[in-house]
Design a protein. Structure first.
Length: 172
């Protein structure tokens, strides 16, 4: 099974969590890690290239830090451009059908804040609903997300554990 991990982090050199997670899975057999902000520093996405990359993948993973309860801007742009009519959806758009789709996100706030009766008032999974619905719309199987909470204050020890968990998640 080929896995393509799309890392959307606008400042990967300043990242603690996503940089560590992505680096840990680089070089894993049948896993391709792509840093989209490095590939497209001007934000102009090569749609044909991206679609060709996805065609090779059985599983697509979106990895990003949560910004404003959503995804960094390039990730949204990438979806708008790459999941095109006639390719990703529409009567002839079946390119993504049957693929697995997963999300690996980090949030600055502790996971305890992401609950109906806590500070944020919603679960992390609720904020992922547009991606879940988009996966369904394009015929992909949405898998259990990989969530790293408390990124603002994460210790090196906790991050090391999370890195091991991510490696297992990628190999599953
Ligand atoms: C512009 C911006 C918006 C953010 N919005 C949120 C948010 O809505 N919820 C949250 O828990 N953390 C938020 N954060 C914190 C990031 O999610 C956190 O810094 C990131 O997950 C850490 O990952 P990194 O070490 O890879 O940068 C935000 C950070 C930035 C810079």
């Amino acid at each position: 099974m080929n896995t393509t991990v799309l890392v959307f982090h606008p400042h990967i050199t300043e990242s603690k969590v996503n940089a560590a997670l992505a680096k840990a899975i680089e070089g894993t057999e049948n896993v391709t890690v792509r840093y989209l902000y490095d590939i497209y520093p001007d934000g102009k996405i090569n749609v044909e290239q991206e679609q060709a990359e996805l065609a090779k993948a059985d599983r697509i993973i979106f990895q990003y830090p949560v910004y404003w309860y959503s995804m960094p801007a390039l990730a949204r742009q990438w979806m708008d451009d790459v999941f095109a009519y006639g390719w990703a959806y529409g009567s002839k758009g079946k390119a993504l059908h049957g693929k697995d789709f997963a999300v690996a996100v980090s949030v600055g706030a502790p996971l305890a804040a992401y609950a109906p009766d806590a500070e944020v008032g919603h679960t992390v999974e609720e904020f992922l609903l547009p991606l879940k619905a988009s996966a369904a719309f394009t015929g992909m199987n949405f898998q259990t997300p990989f969530v790293t909470g408390g990124a603002f204050t994460i210790t090196d020890e906790a991050l090391a554990k999370q890195v091991e968990a991510y490696k297992a998640f990628i190999k599953a």
